[in-house]
Write a protein that binds this ligand. Structure first.
Ligand SMILES: Nc1ncnc2c1ncn2[C@@H]1O[C@H](COP(=O)(O)OP(=O)(O)OC[C@H]2O[C@@H]([n+]3cccc(C(=O)O)c3)[C@H](O)[C@@H]2O)[C@@H](O)[C@H]1O
Ligand SMILES: Nc1ncnc2c1ncn2[C@@H]1O[C@H](COP(=O)(O)OP(=O)(O)OP(=O)(O)O)[C@@H](O)[C@H]1O
Ligand SMILES: NC(=O)CC[C@H](N)C(=O)O
Length: 553
């Protein structure tokens, strides 16, 4: 039995369903571990399937394919370090479990099953998996390692049981998706486990985007007392070797890599870029297009797209009508030029006239209203989708969280599109994100540095420009008020009384509540987008479409 133990942490980015690709990544990490003389290489939770595989897990053929891939991996990694990897398994109870495999000596040496199955916000693990009894530590090269799987380490019970049954240190494999400031939450839970158990703890998270969620990495190692020894970067794929030494007081991790974590604005921006980049790469798209209006939402989306994919892969299209101001024309062109991407100019006047003429016999006797305004938006959607079909570019849609919340967007019009990078960012924060991006540049951004979003776009009053002199403030309270009320009603699940207590006008709160509930149908038909908060529209918040209830408070 050695007094030194090396564990290689593979903070990598799996793709859901790409079993062979994920196994190849695990195998490459194992090769690196073997060269480094490690005892074990650890991969995150559910790495072999990618996370979250959702109802794919319920398909027996998928689980059988996973079992075959795990067996092949065990055989391929027979001679060298042990390999620990997350995946589904069928237990002795014949039920499906969220499991962590240890492969060693050409076989599956042990399988640990997750005990606490998260079943809140984006997680539905009770739907997919069964709970098993708590299990003891796993011995690797004579050292007993406790392996609580992600949620298992968010409560004291599993780590306590592992410590009581002789675990010498703790390895927590995770599939922990980002929400703003989540790192603190994770750290608090893990420090608590270390303090309770007196054992070093290794927290290993995955990176990369999957549909709406982004896994932000930031793996770390804590010594007894909660003292940090290692901290890996957020968002980047990293393979890092961590050494532990045994003394009379037990195992201690040696100090290793220590990466600085970015602030929350930078993390939000990185999530939006990563979510789009991985959504594109993992679905097989290379290029995007979007309607660039000269407004702030399409400007930030164009910037995110260029940072994710490079200017050569982004097409911006200005589709002006008679209501498009000279300022919007100038601002849109400036954004495309600053970013260095293609800019097309496609006036919609003639198409709109043709639609007006076609509908004239049916609309006879009616007055122009929202119908005609929305036709413009739908023509834009139609033309942009034609470009998408012709050139294989995916259309981005640009509604921010404030608009998505109150349905301030035209269904089958500007809501057309496959992905929405800013879906979970309130309008007031979109302004902050633009200023942040103008002032900051990082290696992971493929776009140019500097003031890519002109100041005029950030300071002018937002307008949909669907009629003369239209302003968003004609239909909605000013954005600071709207976002303040939405923060309470949506993110905090608060009441109308809570809004009033926070200083908002009751009539404003009631109006926003009504708009929120009646636009549920739009959100059911809306594109997915990057999740930034604990209450993103989609899996975090599941409201009925038909809903007569209104808060009387
Ligand atoms: N519960 C429900 N289930 C299924 N369908 C439902 C429905 N309730 C209404 N509908 C249908 O939805 C339609 C109304 O929705 P919709 O057609 O979107 O129209 P609507 O929401 O009335 O208007 C769009 C709003 O978005 C604003 N806006 C803001 C920013 C940009 C843009 C832009 O376009 O660029 C637009 C625009 O100024 C306007 O206030 C109705 O015709 C109705 O049939
Ligand atoms: N003239 C236009 N040319 C191209 N696309 C447009 C035009 N007008 C609207 N769009 C598309 O419709 C979306 C919704 O318009 P909206 O006015 O809400 O957003 P915005 O113009 O980007 O920002 P803001 O609301 O701050 O003006 C735009 O982001 C853009 O993608
Ligand atoms: N995979 C999981 O168990 C996710 C839940 C977990 N507690 C988290 O980090 O969000």
């Amino acid at each position: 039995m050695s007094d030194r133990f090396r564990i290689t942490l593979a903070q990598l980015n799996p793709t859901v369903g790409d079993l062979a690709g994920n196994a190849a990544k695990a195998r490459a990490a194992w090769d690196a571990a073997r060269i480094a003389g490690a005892d074990v290489v650890a991969l995150p939770e559910m790495f072999i399937t990618g996370y979250q595989a959702q109802d794919l897990i319920m398909k027996p053929a998928f689980v059988a394919a996973v079992q075959a891939e795990i067996a092949a991996l065990a055989a391929a990694c027979a001679d060298g370090p042990a390999l620990c990897i997350g995946g589904p398994s069928v237990g002795e109870d014949l039920k499906l479990h969220n499991s962590y495999f240890t492969l060693q000596g050409g076989r599956i040496a042990s399988v640990v099953h997750k005990y606490f199955l998260p079943n809140y916000n984006v997680f539905d693990e009770v739907r997919h998996f069964s709970r098993d009894m708590m299990q003891g530590p796993v011995a690797i090269n004579g050292v007993r390692i406790g392996m609580p799987i992600c949620e298992d380490a968010w409560y004291p019970d599993v780590v306590e049981a592992l410590e009581e049954s002789g675990a010498e240190f703790i390895l927590v494999p995770n599939g922990s998706p980002y929400f703003r400031d989540k790192f603190e939450t994770r750290l608090n839970h893990m420090v608590a486990r270390v303090v309770e158990s007196g054992l070093p703890l290794i927290y290993l998270n995955m990176v990369g985007g999957q549909d709406d969620q982004v896994f932000d990495g930031g793996s770390f190692v804590l010594n007894p007392g909660g003292v940090p020894a290692v901290q890996l970067p957020t968002f980047d794929e990293v393979i890092s070797h961590v050494d532990l030494e045994r003394s009379d007081a037990g195992w201690r991790a040696l100090d290793g890599d220590f990466a600085r974590h970015p602030d929350s604005m930078e993390q939000d921006y990185r999530v939006m870029v990563t979510a789009l980049r991985d959504y594109m790469a993992k679905t097989g798209f290379k290029q995007v297009l979007l309607g660039l209006s000269g407004g702030i939402d399409s400007a930030i989306v164009a910037t995110i797209a260029v940072d994710a994919l490079g200017a050569a892969n982004v097409r911006c299209v200005m589709l002006p009508s008679e209501y498009t101001s000279q300022g919007s024309l100038d601002d849109a062109k400036a954004v495309a030029e600053n970013l260095g991407c293609r800019y097309d100019f496609v006036p919609i006047g003639k198409t709109r006239d043709a639609v007006t003429e076609t509908l004239a016999p049916l609309f006879e006797g009616t007055k122009p209203d929202l119908t005609e305004e929305n036709v413009q938006s739908r023509i834009r959607g139609l033309l942009l989708m034609a470009l998408s079909n012709k050139f294989g570019e995916m259309l981005l849609t640009t509604g921010n969280k404030s608009e998505v919340a109150v349905g301030y967007a035209t269904i089958y019009g500007d809501m057309a599109g496959g992905y929405n990078p800013i879906k979970d960012m309130y309008k007031t924060r979109v302004f902050d994100a633009c200023r942040w991006r103008n002032a900051n540049h990082r290696d992971w951004m493929k776009g140019p540095e500097g003031d890519v979003i002109p100041e005029a776009i950030i300071t002018k009053p937002p307008s949909a420009e669907l009629r003369a002199d239209q302003k968003d403030s004609d239909s909605l309270p000013d954005y600071p008020v709207l976002d303040g009320i939405l923060q309470i009603l949506v993110d905090e699940d608060g009441s109308i009384a809570d809004c009033v207590a926070a200083g908002y006008d009751r009539a404003d709160a009631k109006r926003i509540e009504h708009l929120l509930y009646i636009s549920e149908y739009k959100r059911f038909q809306s594109a997915p987008g990057a999740r930034l908060s604990k209450r993103a529209f989609w899996l975090d918040r599941r409201y009925p479409i038909v809903n007569r209830w209104r808060d009387p408070s």
